[in-house]
Structures are given as structure tokens and as C-alpha cells.
Design a protein around this ligand. Sequence first.
Ligand SMILES: [Zn+2]
Length: 333
Amino acid sequence: MWKHSSGKKKQVVTYMYNIFAVSLPLPFSLKQITAYVVEVGDKLTIIDTGLHTKQTSDTWQRFFHEKGWQWKQVEKIIVTHYHPDHYGFAGKLQEWSGASVYISKREYDQIQAFWNPTSGNPSEVATFFASYGFPSDRLHEITEHMEGFRAVIEPHPSVLKWLDEDERLAIGGESYQVIHTPGHSPGHLSFLHSSGTFFGGDVVLPSVTPNIPLMPYSDPNPLATFLSTLDKIKSLDIEMVYPAHGDVFYSVEQRIKEIKDHHGRRLEKIKAMVQGNSAQTGFQICEQLFSNRKLDIHNLRFAFSETLAHLEYLRLRGEIKRQFHEHGYQYFV
Ligand SMILES: [Zn+2]
């Protein structure tokens, strides 16, 4: 099934003729998510699903129509992590196909915490942000923004199967290693085939650095976790990354270096801001860091939660300190 071309040093996978990328539109600045369909015989596996919007629904329908596929051919729907653009259309795809949805238990717990129709509480993000100095007169925007995701992730799938680190999973009739790649989200999973084909989800992206957020229910030090994940990925034999945003790429080591350099520069900048000032809240530091950009609420959430991840990374390394203040934790040296 694998199409190879022989290089001098080792076999290089040029492309997989049975893996199809589906670019699904997103109504925010990331613009699109790339889902994949792997075809073997008359069976199909889907990896990541899009938001539940009419555009997503139309795109999936059109794609299946063009390929001449039936929904009942889908035997697995794999979700790399709980974020709405990956998980949001899983329930609908399950309704159409009857296929099971595969996800890590950790991400399922995140879904329950945020999006469970009866007990989930997306507005907890606003409370959490307030404790780091997010302005009280704008908290309602965060609440509305987070609550707004409910509409684009329902219906929830009813049949779920847990995936664990290091188990083997058949995708398109081939055995893949399930790899826990946390940092961007706590239970994020990626999938590696012995040929070097790597379904990476959001862990390494070709043209943007994945958002590393400090969020409620999240890892207390997501940036440290993410940097370890990058080291783990570097140690794997990866030829070709199938990312969840953007196009397939080969140079994973180079991309890991660029992403690490980005975080290194950001950490230095934040440290200098903390050192050169009196105690400031996480929000004040975020404002300085992004002072040249007008951010909508979606991007402000990304910018703020990522600033907090960097601040907590520095604090947990003992490089800066944090104190309680009525307007939110303040950082100082
Ligand atoms: Zn994501």
C-alpha cells in the first residue's frame, strides 16, 4: 500500500496514495483545519473533524460525493484532541456513519469539564482569567465566546473508545503507534507509522506555532510539557508530518527548532518585562507583549492564556515570583 522511492541512505516515503486531506473552513483567524481520510479497500478512517457548521457539513458531503464514498464505509473517527475545531463535527459524522469515535480519556475529561450539555462549564475560563488580572468589564466577552462553542460541537458522539499511549491502532489497515503529545492540550494524541508517516494533530504545524495555553483543568506547566513533547517527537523516526492545519511537510527537526526558538525568545522578552517593572498582573504583561496588535476576543484568549503559560513556566523554574493581589496574581522578581 505504501508508495516509496528509494533514496541513497534510506527509503523515502514520497506520498501515500490512500491518504486524502480535507481542508475544512474555520470562522476565525486560523482559517482552516486539515482533516484526513485514509482509505483501504472499501473502509475509511477519518482523523479530526472540523467545527459543526454548515460549511463543514457541505465540505464533507461534497468530498464524499466526489470520491463516490458512502458514509457507512467509515469505520473509525479519530480525534487528536478536544478543541472544537477537531472534535466539533465528530458527533455528526458518527450520526451519518455509525462509526466509533476514538479519543484519549484525558481529552474526554476536558470535553466533560467544558462542554457536557448538563454539567460542563465553559464560563469557568472567565473566572480563571479573572484571577490573572483579565479586566472585569470584559469577562462577559470570554464567557460568551466560550459558551458560543457549544453550538458548533453538538451533537456529542455517543460511542467513544479510549486510546492510550503506546497502544497500536489500525488506521487504513496499517498499524500505528499511539503517542501522547501533550502541551497544546493535556491528552493530545499523535499517530506514527513505521514508514515515518506521522499524523501530528496540532503538535507541530508548518506555518504557525501551536497555542500553548494555561487553562482551567489544564496542566499547571503546559509550556514545559510541550517542550518535552517536542524533544520526544524529535527522537521519533518521522519522515512526513500530516498536520491538522496547513499542508504536509517533511522537515520536522527544522520546524521543532523554529518553534523552540520562538518560545525561547518569548520567554526572554517576558522575563525582561517582569524584571524591568514593578509587580504586574498576567494581563498587564500580555497587553505589553501584544501592544502592536488589535486582538479580537478569540485571539486575545489565545494571547492571554499563552502569556500565562510562559509566566508560569518562568515562575516554576524559580526565575520570577508571583503574589496574590485583589486584581489578579502579580508577577515580579
Ligand atoms: Zn487545538
